[in-house]
Write a protein that binds this ligand. Structure first.
Ligand code: MSP
Length: 603
């Protein structure tokens, strides 16, 4: 029996899961289900990445402890996987004790081998991405990834001597000891290595970041979140699998944005730890929404659970979602999510090509063959094509083969007209039922519940294995409701957006007392204010000069959004916003009815 160990990235719990997270996890689920169906022994690991600045910041914004935040967020991921019919073997949390022990052990070993050393370091640091950049990486003096401002940081830190492994990593990729798919990504990594790599800063001083695994040999530091996170791939099987002996992974499925960490940092860490490399790394593309990058601030992030509820919320809707994500674009390319595209594929592949074929053939077997036929199927090499595609993580290719079988069978039935050509009807229906059996086997990794439903129409309890379907069987048909009703959107217009209590808390509203106010030169509307928000003075710009004279505002109590992203307005950095009630022709600042002290929370 072959072993197959597949992983997804572990997801940051700073936010709830979205379509991008669902995508990788679904792809891993399809691979795992396929491998199980051919008899492999499978371990499928997913989980959440709970340490680091992003998560700490998200918790602080909510005013709760990071651990409490993680405890609330982790089930959101595991619940969604369950909703989507995703069946991982284990769900890892980086706050799990045994995981932390493995990380600390790895740090100790590398420190003892002098592959981790302390150095004084000065560099450009992006707080959002939690990483240093070199001068040449910067774009317009900003972070090349998130475009936020970077700052110079100087501190002592621990470095992993990654640069020592450059040649070996290069060779391992070139020889395909560690295969990177798609090929274009492999070349990208080789090119990156050719330019030379530095050493990796793997610590953060505790005073700057408390939420991490303490470094075993220096308790003033915690470990860098990526060092902690990547280790999950080896720690997971150790304490979450019945038999811990799974490493090396057969495949790490990841998004293209985290290729360097997986194809450069991770192999360097493994080489240093004297462990084998993962066999394959597959980097997929990104989903956009109606042509735009998905982003929280634009509010166009697709929540899979909401999407499914916005249709029938049943098996068909879940499976249409699973099918769409993997069939719509080649794994590796970027995709565009839109409700129209989703509905088109649901209707065309599932309702029309596959669903109609099943209803039609089942009805004909009932009518002209007494409800039962012995099946046969001419493979024409197509199941091998499907296998090859799945084994190479070409999910859309496998889906295309499935649809082509459904279409060809529809055409075959149409051409042979078993309703009138009674003489050839038994053969026609025998082949058509054979094709449907094979289809249900091929669909099973993608849409397991619907594949079982299709198989039940032929008298199976659940979807047969591909070998079983190909070897011929007696189909005893059963007519039921349509397997894939056409999509019906509940809310036709734009997604309705509700703010959760957490969203409201995120605004960081506080009472501020205006300390100074002056007009911003050469503007009619703008005032520059300094506001005491409780032990801190904030400068902010407000567009209220037409209604308020600066002197009227001194000492006034106002409501301030304290954590609005800072913005430069007329060369002045505005760090917050004051709230006002506005109608077409009037405007009034909003303040507390009683004299609440500066800094009071508004909640
Ligand atoms: N915690 C790290 C991974 C550590 S793995 C040892 C992380 N987490 S993440 O939550 O930010 O992202 C995880 C994955 O989601 C990445 O593979 C990323 O590519 C994927 N996606 C996030 N948004 C996406 C889209 N819009 N489309 C497709 N996938 C995207 O990175």
């Amino acid at each position: 029996m072959s072993k197959f160990y597949v992983t997804t990235p572990i997801y940051y719990v700073n936010d709830k899961p979205h379509i991008g997270h669902a995508y990788t996890t679904l792809a891993a689920d399809v691979s795992a289900r396929y491998r199980r169906s051919i008899g492999d022994d499978v371990f499928f690991l997913t989980g959440v990445d709970e340490h680091g600045q992003k998560v700490e910041k998200a918790a602080r914004t909510l005013g709760i402890e990071p651990q409490a935040h993680c405890d609330a967020m982790a089930p959101r991921f595991s619940d969604l996987w369950q909703r989507l019919g995703i069946t991982p073997s284990a769900f890892l949390r980086t706050t799990d004790r045994p995981h932390q022990e493995v990380v600390r052990d790895a740090l100790t070993r590398l420190y003892q081998k002098e592959l981790i050393v302390q150095r004084e370091f000065e560099g450009w640091y992006c707080v959002g991405c939690e990483r240093y950049w070199t001068e040449k990486d910067l774009v317009d003096s900003a972070c090349p990834d998130c475009r936020r401002k970077v700052e110079i940081l100087k501190e002592k830190n621990y470095f992993f001597l990654m640069s020592r492994f450059r040649e070996r990593i290069h060779a391992a990729i070139e020889s395909e000891e560690m295969l990177i798919l798609p090929k274009s990504r492999r070349n990208e990594v080789l090119g990156f290595l050719d330019q030379g790599i530095g050493d990796l800063c793997i610590s953060r001083p505790k005073r700057r970041l408390g939420w991490g695994i303490p470094i075993p040999f220096d308790d003033e530091y915690v470990t860098y979140v990526w060092f902690d996170a990547l280790i999950n791939y080896i720690s997971g099987p150790k304490y979450l699998a019945d038999n811990g002996d799974w490493w090396p992974a057969s495949a790490h499925l990841i998004g293209k944005d985290i290729l360097t960490t997986h194809a450069v940092y991770w192999p360097a860490m493994l080489m240093a730890l004297e462990l084998p490399l993962p066999r394959t790394i597959v980097a997929h593309g990104w989903w956009n929404f109606s042509g735009e990058k998905m982003s929280k601030s634009v509010g166009n992030v697709v929540d899979p659970a909401e999407l499914i509820e916005n249709y029938s919320g049943d098996r068909a809707a879940v499976d249409a979602f699973r099918w769409f994500l993997l069939a719509e674009v080649p794994f590796g390319s970027d995709g565009n999510f839109s409700l129209d595209a989703f509905e088109r594929r649901w209707t065309s592949d599932l309702s029309n090509d596959i669903g109609n074929l099943v209803s039609r053939v089942v009805a004909l077997v009932e009518k002209v063959a007494g409800g039962s036929v012995e099946t046969q199927f001419d493979d024409g090499g197509r199941t091998q094509g499907w296998k090859d595609a799945l084994e190479n993580f070409q999910f859309a290719r496998a889906a295309e083969i499935i649809v082509s079988i459904a279409r060809d069978t529809n055409q075959y039935v149409q051409a042979r007209a078993p309703w009138s050509d009674k003489e050839n009807a038994p053969e026609t229906l025998s082949r058509a039922c054979g094709a449907i059996g094979v289809l249900s086997a091929m669909l099973a990794p993608f849409i397991p519940d619907s594949a079982d439903e299709i198989a039940r129409r032929l008298g199976f309890q659940k979807a047969p294995s591909i070998a079983q379907a190909l070897s011929g069987f007696t189909a005893t048909v059963f007519q039921g409701d349509a397997i894939f009703k056409r999509p019906e959107r509940k809310i036709a217009e734009e997604k309705k957006v509700f703010a959760t209590i957490d969203d409201v808390k995120k605004l960081g509203l506080r009472i501020g007392v205006v300390k100074t106010a002056e007009r911003v030169e050469k503007t009619e509307k703008l005032l520059k204010l300094t506001v005491d928000i409780g032990g801190e003075e904030r400068t902010l710009i407000a567009g209220i000069a037409k209604v308020y004279a600066p002197e009227d505002l001194l000492g006034k109590r106002v409501v301030v959004v304290t954590n609005l992203e800072p913005a430069k307005i007329r060369g002045i950095e505005s760090r917050g916003m004051i709230l006002a009630a506005a109608s077409d022709d009037s405007l009034s600042l909003i303040g507390p009815l009683l004299d609440m002290p500066a800094g009071s929370e508004v909640r």
